[in-house]
Write a protein that binds this ligand. Sequence first.
Ligand SMILES: [Zn+2]
Ligand SMILES: [Zn+2]
Length: 362
Amino acid sequence: MRMGSSWRWQISRAMRLALRWCRLCRLQRGGNKVRLSGRLSELWKYSKLLLKSLYYNSLSNSDTMLDCVFEPVYWIVDNVTRWFGLVFVCLVILLTTSVVVVIYLFVLPTILSTYPVHWVVWHLCYGHWLLVMVVFHYYKATTTAPGHPPKDKTQIPSVSICKKCINPKPPRTHHCSICNMCVLKMDHHCPWLNNCVGHFNQRYFFSFCLYMTLGCLYCSFSSKEMFLEAYSVIETYYQTPTPDYTLRETTAQKSVIYLWVLTSSVSVALGGLTLWHTILICRGETSVERHINRKETRRLREKGKVFRNPYHHGNMNNWKILLGVEKRSHWLTRVLLPSSHLPHGDGVMWDCTFTRRDPMAI
Ligand SMILES: [Zn+2]
Ligand SMILES: [Zn+2]
């Protein structure tokens, strides 16, 4: 009996031990699993932090993300504009020269031979005045630097730091990614000038747009009768028998059609741009500031406040400041005649008081 109970006891003890061993093994495996998943989750978190540390900061938002995504597109556009700048300038010179040549060869002789004397004098004076103004302002707009923030002065009024130049940015200054530098009172980068439009050449740019539009309108209206005549003649080219025109006559007809189509198209396109800049100047804004001020107006309106442009001195005063008109005679000597006077102010310090209603009273 004792022997039998001892045997049974031995077996039950062995079973108990085996069960405990199994339970222990299971617990250990579970523990390992927990430790492994904890380790993996730590690694995942660490990798995420490492990745974010490469690009993330407290200012990151959807705009920054979009900028990063479109960065290659901006790069291509900037470089293409930079490389093609010279091509565009050559194109402007070539097209303008071709228009002038056609006018001298075919339109002016017709005017001289058919118009009364007073109209001939008017055409000669007005046409040549426009030509001089276009050439002068285009030359000045392309060759005058728009103005950049001084690098040696540390005590300049700055509103922010340029992320690209790592330099203080005075008010109204913006970075041009094509020129790769900050530009004072930056308006835009003009590929047709291969130059930025800023504080020191904005007047030349606007005057060029205005006089070029007037010049194109003049050419378009002056050659309208000749164009209609040439257009009706060109249709007869395809009749049989072919009309017997000399080479000079066919060249004149085709040239006048080219002249009218080109000058009319440029009048519309450049006229629209000139009108847009006229509105901006009346409002005392640059093209860049137009976008900023629109955003700011919306933001303040939501808060129940009204945005006021600190650089708007009234319509007429804005024009006087831009054109450098300080006395009445300047309307003739500085606006209607070529003038290379410097603009008002240095482009770094800006008078933005609302109390000065007439900063350049004449
Ligand atoms: Zn910059
Ligand atoms: Zn530029």
